[in-house]
Design a binder for this molecule. Structure first.
Ligand SMILES: Nc1ncnc2c1ncn2[C@@H]1O[C@H](COP(=O)(O)OP(=O)(O)OP(=O)(O)O)[C@@H](O)[C@H]1O
Length: 442
């Protein structure tokens, strides 16, 4: 059986949103409705939807902003926009940024369902039980990480993934999930740094109806939604102290208490944590509980930065390139040899996320089939232009200085002390400038 694809519907209209979600459910999708941009971003980070269908005007931000933030967080994914305003400029911008389609209201739902079906059929399928998960790299370092994760997948103990931002900690967590016996169960992720502090507890553990003002219905938390699958807590170092205590209970007793619930529930998922912070240092600084640290650190796995495994660059670039081409529905693209060489010269502070962003931008904007170094690193083109402009700027500054100095000397009747006073500089500075400019003061 295939797992239903998750479609995030972002719509604040109380009729259109639920109606669309209902239709998508009938079509065999797992829709998730968000009524604001902030809720959509939260849901997207936790659920990693397969596609997004969003209104362009939302109460708190534009659909465009939601999409660009989703792109940064999740990479490209099929996105469809709905608008009552037919704003062509925004449509063009969104399609350039990778959106699939732009539909005007009243919405032709059949057309949307058809386009969604086509987009999701061409998207790579989620790994399912028994299938070999996609590899993480070809370097010895990443082969080592894969071997470690495969071993960890066999036993149900907490894993902590560490590494710089964008190295692929979440990708590694998904690899672990796919390699484990839990592969057919949900994979649920929460970025602890992104969820507002007052919502963190109910997001993680859920709440009963009436548990707090505004809790109109019962809401299950991610600990419950992860079922017998895997729960990834990303940026674990940012978890508030009161939640650290509750997480300890989750790990130790495998139990959690939804807000306002009469009794604890059993935690059936596997816990994986990730962080780019030095957790041991946080323990020493007193901001992370030592007992939790030791509970979580049963299997620590470090994902090395991309600059320390350059052998992975061509492999990753190739993979991200074909993914971007398929997602944007474009024809073939390839990296020119100088572009491939430029990849190796860069030191990738943003790691694989930066590589993905550069490749997606290059695929979207390159004119022909071949992607050159300037498509990947447009800033170096600007730097070259600035360097070329620098001599011109220098000449302009020199010309202006010459005029000002000659004028001051003329007004001071050749008296250098007076000319320096008029210019607001010391006599030594004036003397230096005159020497540089070849002025004698005559
Ligand atoms: N081995 C890989 N193959 C393909 N894509 C990858 C790989 N590793 C990372 N990526 C891509 O790089 C981006 C960042 O990956 P991921 O979110 O897993 O990093 P992270 O270390 O969890 O980042 P952060 O510290 O910011 O949470 C994603 O778009 C992901 O798809």
């Amino acid at each position: 059986m295939t797992t239903p694809k998750v479609v995030l519907v972002v719509e604040d209209d109380p009729v259109i949103g639920p109606a669309l979600a209902h239709r998508l459910r009938l079509e065999g999708y797992r829709p998730r409705l968000a009524e604001t941009g902030a809720a959509a971003l939260r849901e997207a980070r936790a659920l990693r939807p397969d596609a997004v269908v969003s209104d362009i005007r939302l109460p708190d931000m534009s659909g465009e902003e939601v999409y660009l933030r989703l792109l940064a967080d999740l990479g490209a994914l099929p996105a469809f926009f709905m608008t009552a305003f037919g704003d062509v400029a925004q449509a063009v911008r969104l399609v350039r940024a990778g959106a699939r389609d732009y539909l005007t209201k009243p919405l032709d739902v059949d057309r949307l369902v058809e386009a969604l079906g086509a987009a999701l059929a061409s998207a790579p399928a989620a790994p399912s039980e028994g299938r070999e998960p996609a590899g993480l790299g070809v370097s010895a370092a990443m082969r080592g990480v894969e071997a470690m994760l495969r071993k960890a997948a066999r036993v149900d103990v907490p894993v902590v993934l560490t590494g710089e931002t964008g190295v692929g900690k979440e990708v590694a967590a998904r690899f672990l999930h796919a390699a484990s016996a839990r592969a057919g169960e949900p994979f649920v992720a929460l970025n602890c740094a992104a969820v507002p502090r007052d919502l963190a507890e109910s997001t993680l553990f859920g709440h009963e109806r009436g548990a707090f003002t505004g809790a109109a219905t019962r809401q299950s938390g991610l600990a419950e939604r992860a079922g017998a699958g895997t729960l990834l807590l990303d940026e674990i170092a940012e978890l508030a102290p009161e939640l650290q205590a509750k997480l300890l209970r989750l790990v130790q007793e495998r139990a959690f208490l939804p807000l306002g619930a009469p009794a604890e529930r059993r935690f059936a998922a596997r816990l994986v944590c990730a962080t780019h912070a030095d957790l041991a240092a946080r323990v020493r600084a007193g901001s992370f509980r030592e007992d939790l640290y030791y509970r979580l650190h049963v299997i620590p796995v470090e994902i090395p930065p991309l600059r320390r495994r350059v052998e992975d660059l061509p492999w990753l670039a190739e993979r991200l390139l074909s993914e971007a081409v398929a997602r944007f529905g474009l024809g073939a693209r390839r990296l020119s040899p100088p572009a491939a060489a430029a990849l190796a010269d860069h030191d990738w502070p943003g790691n694989v996320r930066e590589l993905r962003n550069r490749i997606e931008r290059a695929v979207a904007l390159a004119e022909g089939e071949e992607i050159g170094p300037d498509d990947l690193f447009p800033e170096s083109q600007l730097e070259r232009a600035a360097a070329a402009a620098a001599p011109m700027l220098g000449a302009a500054i020199q010309g202006a200085t010459r005029l000002a100095v000659s004028d001051a000397l003329a007004r001071a009747g050749g008296n250098r002390a007076e000319a320096a006073r008029l210019l607001g500089v010391s006599r030594t500075t004036l003397w230096k400038r005159m020497r540089e400019l070849g002025l004698t003061g005559e």
